[in-house]
Design a protein around this ligand. Structure first.
Ligand SMILES: [Zn+2]
Length: 445
């Protein structure tokens, strides 16, 4: 019975922990409120529940950890402080976060107005939990969170002044195996099975050129993976990389593993062939760069504006080629861009090709495009001062410089690294098989 309770708690904790955010909380509790007097709290986190296939017995393996909150000397009752915990949301400002943490307006503006403190707060990623110790009247005593670069950031009041510090976190790494049978949409099903969103996206990256994990899997297909998670003092901090992935589609099993061979890194099948989508830097066979990525003066020469793409100069009618395998997301007219094609690629990349004189026959939404296929022709439609191709690349919605961004190469592994890759593949897939045979209860249909 004890075990069952532990298991339930463990699964709740782990479900909270793997909610669709990359960066996870300091504590599974949403809100931690308590007078501070050297309290010990017990947290059940990062549980792995397993079923023994033969006997059907349930074993719960939970990490139970006592978390010590540092004692604070209490004066009279009026001096008592409280701890609050809140998640920094996507639409949040630092001000709205501090207000939810019960920090007074005066203290909030002091923190936001402090150069070092606001620099530290800028390392706060949406989804991160922030803990604050606040007095009854809203005076901030201290505030802690895990920064985007895996440090423990702290803002504290010391002698009436604000001090900030950062400390490197000692993190432990664990490898987790998960598997699920596809019901409708593979990436959503994977997340429902407890895989963090950041890892789910890596499945489509891993199988880029072989399988469209996002849309190409059907009911009854199987998807499994082995990925890293990082803990700090027993608390899940974030998920890491998908190390090995297996997809069974139409009775065929496809495998991909992450391999870092220095200059060549990415996802490969166990034979050393790249499974990732590759990108060309330039969508034209011959071109010169007219205008680069980043800041430039606008047409009037009065004002710096951000250029989110690259302009390639080429004569009207020059074929424009897809820089990677993908699907047409949009082909049509948009003011400014003129005739424009947007391609969606696996790994959450998109590319955009603007000012086209015309489209290639058949280029319309949903059409599957191979790398190097002609999608249209250089023109000067829309707001273009002369014939050129305006090209944009985005990853997870963020504009990248196509000329310098590190892009999945799609290149196969050099022969000298084959043995190393094969040894790694053997070990990883053996580990995946073993973990899935003692399969996690909550994760399998
Ligand atoms: Zn441009």
């Amino acid at each position: 019975m004890q075990k069952n309770i532990l298991l339930t708690k463990a699964l709740e904790a782990s479900a909270t922990a793997v909610a669709a955010v990359d960066r996870l909380s300091l504590s599974p509790r949403q809100k931690l409120v308590g007078a501070v007097a050297g309290v010990f709290l017990t947290a059940v986190v990062g549980a792995i529940a397993t079923v023994d296939g033969s006997a059907g017995a349930v074993n719960a393996h939970a990490v139970v950890e006592k978390i010590r909150i540092d004692p604070v000397t209490l004066g009279d009752a009026g001096d008592s402080t409280f701890w609050y915990e809140e998640r920094f949301g996507r639409g949040d400002t630092f001000g709205s976060l501090l207000a939810r943490l019960q920090v007074s307006n005066i203290d909030a503006s002091r923190v936001v107005g402090d150069a070092a403190a606001s620099r530290l707060l800028r390392k706060l990623r949406p989804g991160t939990s922030v803990r604050a110790e606040v007095s009854r009247v809203g005076e901030l005593q201290q505030l802690e969170f895990i920064t985007a670069d895996d440090r423990l950031g702290r803002i504290a009041r010391a002698d009436g002044r604000i001090s900030t510090s950062e400390r490197i976190l000692q993190m432990t790494r664990e490898v987790v195996a998960r598997s699920t049978v596809v019901r409708s949409r593979a990436l959503a099903d994977v997340q429902n099975a407890g895989v963090p969103a950041s890892v789910a996206l890596q499945f489509s990256q891993a199988f880029g050129s072989a399988i469209d994990v996002g849309a190409g899997l059907v009911r009854g297909d199987r998807i499994a993976g082995l990925y890293e998670v990082f803990y700090h003092e027993g608390q899940l901090v974030r998920a890491g990389r998908l190390l090995a992935a297996e997809v069974t589609h139409g009775g065929q099993t496809h495998r991909a593993l992450w391999f870092d061979g220095g200059s060549t890194r990415g996802y490969f099948n166990p034979q050393g062939e790249s499974t990732q989508v590759g990108f060309r830097r330039v969508p034209l066979d011959f071109a010169k760069v007219n205008s680069g990525f980043g800041s430039r003066l606008d047409a009037s020469g009065q004002q710096w504006v951000t250029h989110k793409g690259i302009d390639f100069g080429a004569p009207i009618g020059t074929p424009v080629r897809a820089t990677g395998d993908g699907v047409v997301d949009y082909a049509g007219w948009q003011s400014g861009y003129g005739n424009v094609v947007v391609l969606r690629h696996s790994g959450d990349y998109t590319t955009l090709y603007a000012h086209l004189s015309q489209f290639s026959p058949g280029t319309r939404t949903g059409l599957r495009i191979g790398q190097g296929d002609t999608i249209g022709f250089v023109g000067q439609t829309g707001w273009a001062t002369g014939p050129h191709l305006h090209y944009e690349l985005r990853h997870h919605g963020v504009y990248m410089n196509p000329m310098s961004a590190s892009l999945p190469s799609g290149a196969n592994l050099p022969a000298r690294q084959q043995a190393q890759l094969q040894a790694q593949a053997k070990a990883l897939f053996a580990q995946l098989e073993a973990s899935l045979q003692s399969t996690a209860v909550a994760l399998v249909d």
